[in-house]
Design a protein around this ligand. Sequence first.
Ligand SMILES: Cc1cc2nc3c(=O)[nH]c(=O)nc-3n(C[C@H](O)[C@H](O)[C@H](O)COP(=O)(O)O)c2cc1C
Length: 226
Amino acid sequence: MMNIDDAVAKRRSVRGYLPDEVPQDTLREVLALAQLSPSNCNIQPWITHVLSGPSLRSLGDKMVAAAEAGIPPDPDFAADRKFEGVYRARQVDAAVQLYGAMGIDRHDRPRRDWAYRRNLDFFGAPHAALIFIHHTFEEREAVDLGIYAQTLMLLLTSRGISSCAQGALSLYPGIIRDHLGLGQTHRAVFGISFGYEDPAVDANQARVGRAGLEDAVMFHRELIPA
Ligand SMILES: Cc1cc2nc3c(=O)[nH]c(=O)nc-3n(C[C@H](O)[C@H](O)[C@H](O)COP(=O)(O)O)c2cc1C
């Protein structure tokens, strides 16, 4: 198994999978370990539904059908923010990498829409973890979901299992709740598709970079004059 540095360095978003399922024992092992994630006051606000097999494929079919029918997304949390400045530049850079790997011109709207819709079928992954939060919770608790998700993805990575966190899996929460028999108490935040990478899928050649330490972290020792 990988050490933590290697798992952090090797994890990347994978958007094309082999059909092989992850053994059930491994699934339970990583999900049990991810339970050790820290959270504010230890409330552990993540509610995780793991879908596989017919349950997963059928949900994917429903969400893809909704998108193809032009049904507008209706996420529980706003998902249409426009990024500006350096954030927009990073977003564009990631898109250039991804669509470049897929041979799609960034301005080719129909093919980009097709590429985006692959999200809704979990990029063909054999499993997905859909992560919900109780309807009374807000940003503070959502932070805990992020920590949980990264813990889960690193545990998967260390076992050779790839993943992709997807806000896109929260675009049709009504369909998801109906599919899983959940009430309005469950708010969809995001999902994680996972399984074994299909190296033949062109999207998986994409590599995105990161800002340097100097752009992200400020070190302080001396007092700042008033
Ligand atoms: C909360 C969250 C939501 C994301 N949503 C999507 C998504 O809907 N579709 C997608 O293809 N990638 C999605 N990503 C993956 C990011 O695009 C990816 O993490 C980022 O570009 C960095 O690339 P890397 O994961 O390969 O290092 C999401 C990542 C996070 C953490």
